[in-house]
Design a protein around this ligand. Sequence first.
Ligand SMILES: [Zn+2]
Length: 445
Amino acid sequence: MQAVIMAGGKGTRLSAVTHDIPKPMVSIAGKPLLEHQIENLKKCGITDIILVTGYLGDVIEKYFYDGKGLSPATGKPFGVDISYYSEETPLGTAGALGKIKDRLQENFVLLFGDLFTCIDYQRFIKFHEEKKSEATLFVHPNSHPYDSDIVITDSTDKIIGWSCKNTERNKYYKNLVNAGVYILDRKIAEYVSDIQRCGKEKVDLEKDIITKLIENKDADIYGYISSEYVKDLGTPERLETVKKDHFSGICEKRNLSNKQKCIFLDRDGTVNKYVGFLRRSEQMELAPTAAEAIKKINSSEYLAVIITNQPVIARGECSIEELEKIHNKMYTLLGNEGAYADGLYYCPHHPDGGFEGEVKELKINCDCRKPKTGMLRKAEKDLNIDLSRSWFVGDTYLDVQTGINAGMKTILLRSGDENKSNKYGCVPDHIANDLNEAVDIILNN
Ligand SMILES: [Zn+2]
């Protein structure tokens, strides 16, 4: 696999820290951002790299030399084969692809030079190949979805819509944002070239290509949803966050080639206010400290994954569409507070049949209904989680027993459901007043 890095960015917003260097050369732990990106690619076996340069491109070329010997700037080899394309005038985020289309392999990674990445690219490539995707976007929840473009996916992760930050959007939406790392079929470069042949040299990847293809249903475009570390260094504050996260090792720990630590959260009474059976989105309100607590998890090395029994589906009291709306409201409310979930698994089943209005095929004795561990096993596999180093937090003894069944440490909340009957006779590792206190216990453990 080949990689193209768009490294022509001027970085006006970072000018206070970049001075006379191009943005991709900003230093993190004594090394330019671009070198971190290249090391990440190289570690995943991607060594054929095209750097698209523009503003102060000579600084980049001097640092990396031509890959055929020592860099005069650093005196060290980088172990990759770098070639260049230099833009004389800025061609937008995709224009260069039209110019280098004959140098591209059938599929290639594209990333922007202002991102700090720590990605398991082989996992990403596997997804792209399995989906037979024409363009795969690395997408993730972020801490400010309300002022970000939102990607809308279907249940197969195919992107079916795009909600721009400046347009009116549905009241509630899933927090999924395009991170700026792609795997593209060479056809995409052909499309860019077609636009340029019509006289438009400057081409924007999102606006002129990706969203058009989605809109016209011309291509199969997928979102690769990942909890791995990808952050842009658009502002001095974000640069400081990345430096801090790099220093503490969070970037590397979140790489999915490494086993992940996770805090599993019950939904009703833990993340949202307990109202008994929640059947309509109007009933979804966050528990008082939930967003604050989940935000803390998001900036730690732990993943935050919600695990919930929703027998209301089997009982015919809530449709899958309404459940999706309920979850989208939860994601939106969390997003408004800068918090997000890395995953959510629900069990729609219920074992006892014979009620009016029920959905017969969901009235089964499944493997996923808590306290069974089916949902945890699925998350374990999907997100490469080490359950033995993970926690389960919930407001009932059912949650405690679920955690124990999967070999995890557990915390029972005093808040949430007031009925704390314990038919399992289980004992949690800790008891906390609310989710925020529980998360503090885990993070200080
Ligand atoms: Zn189930």
